[in-house]
Ligand binder design. Structure first.
Ligand SMILES: NC(=O)c1ccc[n+]([C@@H]2O[C@H](COP(=O)([O-])OP(=O)(O)OC[C@H]3O[C@@H](n4cnc5c(N)ncnc54)[C@H](OP(=O)(O)O)[C@@H]3O)[C@@H](O)[C@H]2O)c1
Length: 321
């Protein structure tokens, strides 16, 4: 029985949540990272540079699965240097993993590669499942992000891995309680009165609770019939107005200053990030997970946020499920 899972780029937010979960299932986890640390227990870190075939390749032999999470954070200004880093880190890591699998005598039977729900077109219409329209639009300022996502999936799909099933994880924003996820920052801003609706509030926000994210990943590993893209998103996306209202209730913030688009542009510049992350309407549903027997533990936003806050803070948040 194969018991080893390889997490390339597994030292960050999603890698930490996944390795913790997989370790509870008695699986050995090997994290490929540029800065390995010594750890005890079932999680081991091995050096790679995300671009070149080196000794780490041997770890793939006989592994149960390869999951690639590597990529420079998209929470930055999209100037030329950062654009290059965001794109290169994703394409190089995916390409070299494909090469490594090609050299394995006994490759893992499944490879999950990160992608993003941002690949789908900005929409106020019906939600996109895996058959949804792919593309950018000027209103959402998302041409570059969609370019990253489509190139990322192209390199992944082109890797010749006849013995390995491939699934692209088109993930929505993952809500977690750790400091390196989005939610704690949103809660902090809301406590300062800055948790109002953003850019009119009509745009949809797709999201998934971290526990459902890891459960869905485990479910995909076990479902050998699944290949191609899979949306990892809760079945109930909400508008930005609803999203911010839940956040304010959790924080007991009596008010939240709404931020029009022009103000967001200034704020994003000062915070060294991009408005696309909040102005794009991402309405994505998990078609393949729902068509299978996957059951979400947190299908609705209020209960998801309430559960995360209960884990992060001793004071029960004031929000209904
Ligand atoms: N979090 C979300 O809500 C979300 C949603 C959709 C898609 N995703 C995608 O899922 C993946 C993981 O997300 P995350 O939130 O866990 O991100 P994260 O916390 O920023 O971790 C990303 C990992 O990528 C590795 N990395 C960074 N630059 C690299 C480079 N140049 N070469 C090789 N590895 C590099 C880092 O590992 P080392 O520094 O240890 O090498 C880091 O641990 C990302 O690709 C992200 O775009 C995330």
């Amino acid at each position: 029985m194969r018991t080893k899972i390889i997490l390339a780029g597994g030292s960050g937010f999603l890698g930490s949540v996944l390795s913790e979960y997989l370790a509870t299932k008695d699986l050995e986890v090997v994290i490929l990272t540029r800065r390995p640390k010594t750890r005890g227990g079932p999680v081991r870190e091995v050096h790679w540079d995300g671009a070149n075939l080196e000794d780490w390749r041997a770890e793939l032999e006989g592994a149960r699965a390869l999951i690639n999470l590597a990529g420079v954070s998209v929470n930055c200004r999209y100037h030329a240097r950062n654009r290059r880093r965001m794109l290169d880190s994703r394409l190089s890591s995916t390409r070299v993993l494909g090469e490594a699998l090609g050299q394995c005598r006994n490759p893992p039977p499944v490879w999950l590669n990160s992608s993003t729900a941002t690949i789908y077109r900005h929409t106020f219409g019906p939600a996109w499942d895996e058959e949804g329209v792919i593309g950018g639009c000027a209103e959402a300022k998302d041409a570059f992000s969609v370019h990253i996502a489509t190139e990322w999936e192209r390199v992944f799909n082109e890797a010749p891995t006849p013995l390995t099933r491939k699934v692209a994880l088109r993930s929505a924003m993952v809500l977690g309680h750790a400091g390196n996820s989005v939610l704690p920052n949103l809660l902090r801003l809301s406590r300062l009165g800055l948790g109002g609706t953003l850019a009119g509030g009509r745009q949809f926000v797709s999201w998934i609770h971290q526990e459902d994210f890891v459960r869905a990943v485990a479910w995909i590993l076990d479902h050998e019939e699944l290949a191609g893209p899979v949306n990892l998103a809760a079945p109930n996306p909400v508008t930005n107005t609803e999203f911010m209202s839940v956040i304010r209730r959790v924080c007991r913030a009596p008010f939240g200053l709404p931020s029009p688009r022009w103000l967001l542009e200034i704020g994003a510049f000062l915070l060294r990030t991009e408005t696309e992350l909040v102005i794009k309407s991402r309405r994505v549903v998990p078609g393949k997970l729902l068509a299978g027997d996957f059951v979400f533990r947190y299908p609705r936003l209020p209960a998801a946020i309430k559960a995360l806050c209960l884990r992060a803070a001793p004071v029960p948040p004031d929000v209904g499920a």
